[in-house]
Design a protein around this ligand. Structure first.
Ligand code: ATP
Ligand code: MG
Length: 334
């Protein structure tokens, strides 16, 4: 596919209040590429930097470092045209559909506002009604009359999330950033929202960054998966092989320590062991304090993503050709 969104060296350091010069290394040197019509899952445990990446990609806050390109055009300079095209074409869907819709506005108001911003200030009357109907049809809220004059509190969580998706679609996006779009919804309606997103990808060729705790849902929903640990991407590849044949010791732990696919709680907690401090992150590989195979090399030098197979990248010294590399074994036996 054609690359739509390209991210290199994305970094975010938050200052720590009351500790001069100290920073939270929330995201450190992340590279990502989203292709046309592709679903890329960004998976990692709580605090690994997923939402920070989403907010950086939506340009909702400044980066510490890194470049963002839409179709090869730099989008990081606010006054340039590339920036305006980018913030229109890259749209965000939030985790909490209650928080993201203004409670005092009807569906009509929320969607009309977005349509006017993105499709023309002068749009009104029958033309506007037709645009609203199209949007609600796209997210399968029909007939339009049943939903259009409702307030958020009159809708279910799933319906609210559909309105939030419709609002994003008004911009005719090429990329949707979906930060845990189903985690706050009732289990029974989660699949419906994922199927809707997949359908939008199929029909509109939209690329989706699907952020989740749940690596099992990544396998079901995403073409490719990137696994994050402590602000860095540690493994990438097609979702099937990352989940069936994980290479990085962290990914292996993540998958194998919660073998029950229905135990969402355990999967949300993540792999056993503590996540490292992001204020003073471990030197070298950030996973080294929890890794059963770590050597001095892992404790001193940072591994980059190494190509281990077709489209598979693993940031682990165990896959390098260094003589002093760690010898990997089974994470659960070790
Ligand atoms: P979760 O799965 O719980 O949503 P996440 O992977 O989305 O976690 P982030 O919210 O991106 O993680 O947070 C990454 C790190 O950055 C955490 O250590 C968090 O405490 C820190 N962080 C996030 N936002 C800020 C902020 N505004 N100021 C300071 N630190 C922040
Ligand atoms: Mg988050």
């Amino acid at each position: 596919g054609t690359p739509v969104l390209q991210v290199t060296g994305l970094t975010k350091h938050f200052p720590v209040r009351g500790r001069r010069g100290a920073v939270v290394h929330a995201v450190d040197g992340v590279d990502l590429t989203l292709h046309r019509g592709e679903v890329l899952a960004l998976v990692g445990e709580s605090g690994s930097g997923k939402s920070t990446i989403a907010r950086l990609l939506a340009q909702l806050m400044p980066r510490t470092a890194g470049t963002l390109e839409l179709h090869g055009t730099d989008a990081t300079v606010r006054r340039r045209r590339g920036f305006r095209a980018y913030v229109r074409r890259v749209q965000m869907i939030f985790q909490d559909p209650f928080g993201s819709l203004n409670p005092v506005h009807t569906v009509r108001y929320t969607l009309s506002r977005s349509v006017r911003i993105h499709q023309g200030r002068g749009l009104r009357g029958a033309e506007l009604d037709a645009a609203l109907r199209t949007l609600l049809d796209r997210v399968r809220l029909s007939p339009t009359e049943r939903y259009i004059d409702k307030f958020p509190h009159e809708l279910s969580g799933g319906q609210r999330q559909r309105v939030a998706i419709a609002r994003a679609l008004a911009a005719d996006p090429e990329v949707l950033l979906a930060d845990e779009p189903i985690s706050m919804l009732d289990v029974s309606i989660r699949l419906g929202i994922l199927n809707l997103l997949q359908d939008l990808r199929d029909r509109l060729d939209i690329a989706i960054l699907y952020i989740t705790h749940d690596i099992a849902s990544a396998r079901y929903f995403a073409d490719r998966t990137a696994v994050m640990y402590a602000g860095r991407v540690v493994e990438t590849g097609d979702s099937e092989s990352v989940t069936q044949d994980p290479k990085h010791p962290y990914t292996q732990l993540l998958i194998r320590s919660a073998p029950d696919p229905d135990d969402l709680e355990a999967r949300a907690r993540g792999a056993r062991g503590e996540a490292p401090s992001l204020v003073d992150p471990p030197a070298g590989c950030r996973f080294n304090p929890r890794c059963p195979f770590a050597t001095d090399l892992c404790r001193t030098e940072t591994p980059e993503l190494i190509d281990v197979a077709d489209g598979r990248g693993v940031a682990c010294w165990g896959y390098s050709d260094r003589a002093d590399r760690p010898r990997l074994g089974d994470v659960l036996d070790a």
